[in-house]
Design a protein around this ligand. Structure first.
Ligand SMILES: O=C(O)c1ccc[n+]([C@@H]2O[C@H](COP(=O)([O-])O)[C@@H](O)[C@H]2O)c1
Ligand SMILES: Cc1cc2nc[nH]c2cc1C
Length: 352
C-alpha cells in the first residue's frame, strides 16, 4: 500500500469516552462549569487527540513549507517570485515574523523546501524535500502531475511520522510562496462551487486592477483544467501548490499519529480542505488558528466546521497565526493539568 493510502486508513475517530473524561476533569476544577470557555474545548480536544488526560505540550514545532508557483507569470501577486527564496533565508536566520512569534511560545520553526525554484545546495537548517522547482502555470494547464502531488503529500506525511518518533506534542502549519493565495482560492472555488470572485482577495496587497485580473486567471484555470471536486488529488494536482500538498500531507500524518495540528491562515486551510476531502476524520485533529483577512477563508473554515481561535486581521502566513494559537491551546492544556480541583483547594461546589 502507498504511504498516502496507509496513512488515510490509520486515521481513527476521537474516543468520545476520553472527551467526556477530559470534560469531567475540567468540571472538577475551581471554577463555575464551563467558565473557561473555549480554553476548555482546546484542553478537551487536545487530551482526546493525544490519548491522555495529562498530555504534554512541551515540544511544539511549526513546519513552514516553501514553494513557487507558475501562475505568478500571470501577475497575480504584489511581489516578485524571488521573495520566496529570500524569505527562506530570512526564516533560516531567525528574522521572519514566524521566528519571532514561535520564539514567543517556545516553538521551533522548521523550514521545508518542497518546491522552491532555486538551488539551495546544502543550506544548513533547511529540510530539503524539493519535488519540483515550482508548479506550472495552472491558467494554461495542470499545475502538477498526480505523481508530483502525491510526492509532496508524502513529504508532509513523513514529517508527521518523524514528529511521532521525536516526541513532538503539537504541530503547527505554515507556508511561504509568492502567488499561493491564487491556488488556495482556486481550491475553495473548485471544492465549493462558489463564484471565484467571492473567494478571491488581495493576498500580499494587490490593487483593484490586479484583483480583477487574479479572478479572471483563476476562472480561466478552472475552465482549462476542470478539476473534479470529488477527487481531492485531481483538485490539488490541477490547481494547487506543492506547499499546499505538503501541508495537506502533514495534517493527514498528524491525524494518523494522533498529534494535534494547528492550521494557520488561508493557504494552510486550503491544505486542510484537501486533507479533509481525503478523510473527513482529520477535522477532529485540527485547530483553526485564526480568521485570515482573505475573504475566502471563512468559507474554508465553514466547510471544515472549525471556529477560528483568533481574529487579529493577520494575512502574513508563514505559521504566524499558528504560533499565537499554540500559546492559547497550551494555556488550555495547562488548566487541565495544573489547576486545583474543588477538593484540593477546599472550595465549596455550587449546584450542578
Ligand atoms: O495566511 C494567510 O492568510 C495569508 C494571506 C495572504 C498572504 N499570505 C502570504 O503571502 C504570500 C501569498 O500572497 P500572494 O499575493 O503572493 O498570493 C504567501 O507567502 C503567504 O504566506 C498569507
Ligand atoms: C515580505 C514577505 C513576507 C512574507 N511572508 C509570507 N508571505 C510573505 C510575502 C512577503 C512579500
Amino acid at each position: 500500500m502507498s504511504l498516502l493510502n496507509e496513512t488515510l486508513s490509520k486515521i481513527q475517530p476521537l474516543d468520545p469516552d476520553l472527551l467526556a473524561k477530559a470534560q469531567q476533569k475540567l468540571d472538577n476544577k475551581t471554577k463555575p462549569l464551563g467558565a473557561l470557555g473555549r480554553l476548555e474545548e482546546f484542553a478537551r480536544r487536545y487530551a482526546a487527540i493525544s490519548n491522555s488526560l495529562e498530555p504534554s505540550t512541551w515540544k511544539k514545532v511549526i513546519f513552514t513549507f516553501a514553494a513557487d508557483h507558475g501562475v505568478v507569470a500571470e501577475g497575480v501577486s504584489a511581489f516578485p517570485k524571488e521573495v520566496t527564496v529570500q524569505m527562506v533565508y530570512n526564516f533560516l536566520q531567525g528574522g521572519a515574523g514566524v521566528n519571532v512569534l514561535a520564539n514567543h511560545v517556545r516553538a521551533e520553526v522548521l523550514v521545508v523546501d518542497v518546491g522552491v525554484d532555486h538551488d539551495f545546495g546544502d543550506t544548513p537548517g533547511l529540510i530539503a524535500k524539493k519535488v519540483a522547482r515550482g508548479t506550472r502555470n495552472f491558467a494554461k494547464g495542470p499545475a502538477m502531475t498526480r505523481e508530483e502531488a502525491v510526492a509532496a503529500l508524502e513529504v508532509g506525511i513523513e514529517l508527521a511520522n518523524g514528529c511521532r518518533a521525536d516526541g513532538v506534542a503539537m504541530v503547527g502549519t505554515g507556508e511561504m510562496g509568492i502567488g499561493n493565495t491564487t491556488p488556495s482560492a482556486a481550491i475553495i472555488a473548485a471544492l465549493s462551487g462558489r463564484p471565484v470572485a467571492e473567494v478571491t482577495h488581495r493576498g500580499t496587497g494587490i490593487n483593484d486592477q490586479s484583483l480583477a485580473n487574479k479572478i479572471r486567471v483563476i476562472e480561466e484555470g478552472l475552465a482549462v483544467n476542470r478539476p473534479d471536486p470529488h477527487d481531492p488529488l485531481d483538485v490539488l494536482a490541477k490547481v494547487g501548490g506543492l506547499e499546499i500538498a505538503g501541508i495537506a500531507g502533514l495534517i493527514l500524518g498528524c491525524a494518523a499519529n494522533r498529534i494535534p495540528v494547528v492550521v494557520d491562515g488561508f493557504i494552510s486551510t486550503a491544505g486542510a480542505l484537501i486533507a479533509a476531502e481525503f478523510n473527513p476524520l482529520v477535522k477532529e485533529y485540527l485547530f483553526a488558528a485564526h480568521q485570515s483577512v482573505e475573504i475566502g477563508h471563512r468559507f474554508m473554515l465553514d466547510r471544515l466546521g472549525a471556529a477560528p481561535i483568533l481574529d487579529l486581521q493577520l494575512r502574513l502566513g508563514e505559521g504566524t497565526g499558528a504560533a499565537l494559537a499554540m500559546g492559547l491551546i497550551e494555556a488550555g492544556v495547562k488548566i487541565l493539568k495544573e489547576m486545583a480541583t474543588f477538593e484540593e483547594a477546599g472550595v465549596a461546589e455550587g449546584e450542578h
